[in-house]
Design a protein around this ligand. Structure first.
Ligand SMILES: [Zn+2]
Length: 252
């Protein structure tokens, strides 16, 4: 059972084929945007932070695909939208209360294991601690104190992890407004120097202006890089085969 499924949120995020889809290299933060609303095309200088949750290994095409839950990341793009469209997004957006509700549910579920070390720490401090103190052995109380600290610390770490792992509940689902400019997870390959994403844009004019502004970042397949990656895989394969042969020979 994956943690992603437990919270009912998709973690893939690869975009469907789209008429205005462009593949760009480089981080989200460095994108150039036209000063126009991505939804309605009105001139604007306002930006709306659009957050999306992606599985940690989502998008990497050649990495081993595993159904195991490996955590997630939250990526943010600052997309130009006009005031009216930002207000429309706020109306469509999941309420803060429902997001907190989902987070608190997950938080309680994930914090449950912390009860045991915390309970044990309290037990040590309340029942064993005073007894040792009464026996007037300073060493005993010190040891019980350290033990209580270790168990208490473990409990606090479990709760902190639960808090960290439920951040994604606070990311609202996309609205008709934010879907006007959608982005995929990083789809870069093993040896790529920078990340790479697909962008799907509803308005053809905005797509054209956006692509023109980021012209130097439009991704082109580089045969040399593909060959280099192929060599890495071949070397890995050869090393594995030699290792297996050596193991078989030595095992005789
Ligand atoms: Zn607008």
């Amino acid at each position: 059972m994956s943690g992603a499924a437990a919270l009912g949120l998709p973690l893939d995020g690869l975009l469907e084929p789209h008429p205005n889809r462009v593949e760009l290299t480089g981080p989200l933060r460095s994108l150039g945007f036209p000063n126009r609303c991505a939804n309605c095309g009105v001139v604007t200088s306002e930006r709306l932070p659009v957050r999306k949750v992606f599985g940690r290994n989502a998008g990497h095409r050649r990495r081993t695909r595993s159904r195991r839950y490996r955590g997630y990341r939250i990526d943010t793009a600052l997309v130009p939208y006009c005031g009216a469209c930002i207000a429309q997004d706020a109306r469509e957006r999941q309420s803060m209360a429902s997001r907190w509700g989902a987070r608190l549910g997950g938080l309680l579920l994930r914090s449950f294991p912390a009860l045991f070390p915390l309970g044990f720490a309290v037990f040590l401090l309340t029942s064993v601690g005073p007894a040792s103190a009464a026996s007037a052995s300073g060493e005993g109380t010190g040891f019980v104190g350290v033990l209580a600290l270790v168990f208490g610390g473990a409990g606090v770490c479990l709760i902190a992890h639960a808090w960290w792992d439920t951040r994604r509940c606070m990311v609202p689902r996309q609205t008709s407004v934010t879907l006007a400019f959608d982005f995929s997870p990083d789809v870069s390959d093993l040896l790529d120097r920078s990340q790479r994403r697909f962008y799907a844009i509803r308005d053809p004019a905005f797509a054209e202006a956006f692509t023109a502004l980021n012209r130097d970042r439009v991704w082109q397949p580089d045969p040399a890089a593909v060959r280099a990656e192929m060599r890495v895989w071949i070397v890995c394969g050869v090393v594995l085969v030699i290792g297996a042969l050596l193991a078989a020979v030595l095992d005789r």
